[in-house]
Write a protein that binds this ligand. Structure first.
Ligand code: FAD
Length: 292
């Protein structure tokens, strides 16, 4: 728990970022979790029967020019993705901290570009103090773009109510990767995840089960059968470079499996969150250190 909090704090430190993101050691570790060529990576995953959601790496921006740059990056990649792909978008990278309206307008531009290419958009869930704005932006976008999806973090105590309110929506359920005060921790997160799964699988939403946890995956598949959902009625989602055998196994059984493919130079905070949720990944850092 302490290591997780430390790594999440390190993920927000500009000084640590300057130090670590220029090191060849961290760069080589990043390559395991971040695509160096997003189109080549997504084409290869598609060839293997997997779906993709693409994330242009970037966190909170503090000026409109950077937010515009983020929109341009998404419009560019959408133009190069195959139909059926999805893009994952962070509202803080679209200017949410500057104004909710700015983030909404920017997200709407991305949704329009995506709709023209038969690509869908999913809004990532970020820090706890952005969640109300996330839900409100999502609700507004859905009026024009009914397929826009949103992530719900099971560690938040109102996660099940959030899921219940998202009738008919594409909902990505994840455990939650940030440091949220007052949130569930440990096994309580898993219990909340299962509660949310029950709500989503029994309701009208399209559940996107974003977890590498074998127990959560098994419970999701059981609940899907129980509620008469066929393979098209929900999907599993996993991160690029994580449990690739399991991704292939589920896809081989006929399930829809979408891989979250991050790309771009701004990979530092993303990588630190991956290390925080699975400190075992630190062994890659240690190995890279030893091999120089
Ligand atoms: P954990 O609780 O980390 O691990 C449980 C078990 O899963 C482990 O004991 C192990 O058996 C297995 N496992 C986990 N990782 C590995 C691994 N690397 N190798 C082998 N086995 C492993 N978080 C957000 O806050 N907002 C988002 O928008 C968001 N989007 C996401 C999208 C996707 C597609 C995914 C997969 C995750 C996303 N996350 C997001 C991150 C998520 O919230 C969790 O932090 C992360 O997925 C870790 O939780 P877990 O459910 O995979 O399992």
């Amino acid at each position: 728990m302490l290591l997780r909090q430390t790594l999440i704090a390190v993920s927000r430190s500009r000084r640590a970022e300057a130090l670590l993101s220029n090191s060849s050691m961290t760069t080589s570790v990043a390559r395991r979790f971040v695509a160096s060529d997003v189109i080549a990576a997504t084409s290869e995953l598609t060839r293997r029967g997997l779906l993709v959601t693409v994330d242009h790496l970037g966190e909170e921006v503090d000026d409109r020019v950077k937010a515009d740059g983020e929109v341009m990056a998404y419009v560019d990649v959408i133009g190069r993705l195959a139909p059926g792909a999805d893009v994952s978008v962070k509202l803080t990278a679209l200017g949410l901290r500057l104004s909710e309206q700015l983030a909404l307008d920017n997200a709407a531009t991305i949704c329009e570009a995506a709709a023209a290419r038969d690509v869908t958009v999913t809004l990532d869930a970020e820090e706890h103090d952005t969640i109300d704005a996330l839900m409100s932006v999502h609700a507004t976008l859905r009026k024009e773009h009914p397929l826009v999806g949103v992530a719900v973090q099971a560690y938040l105590k109102d996660a099940a109510e959030r899921c219940a309110a998202l009738t008919g929506a594409r909902v990505r359920l994840c455990k939650g990767a940030y440091d949220a005060p007052g949130a569930y921790s440990g096994k309580d997160v898993d219990r909340s995840f299962v509660k949310c799964l029950r709500v989503l699988m029994s309701g009208s939403a399209y559940p996107m089960v974003a977890s590498h946890d074998p127990r959560m995956i098994e419970i999701a598949s059981t609940l899907a059968v129980l509620h008469g959902r066929d393979a098209d009625g929900f999907e599993y989602q996993m991160l690029y470079g994580v449990r690739t055998d399991e991704q292939a196994r589920l896809a081989g059984l006929g399930a829809k499996v979408r891989v979250y493919v991050p790309y771009g130079d701004d990979w530092y905070a993303y990588l630190m969150r991956r290390l925080a949720e699975r400190p075992a990944n630190l062994r890659f850092v240690a190995r890279a250190l030893v091999s120089g």
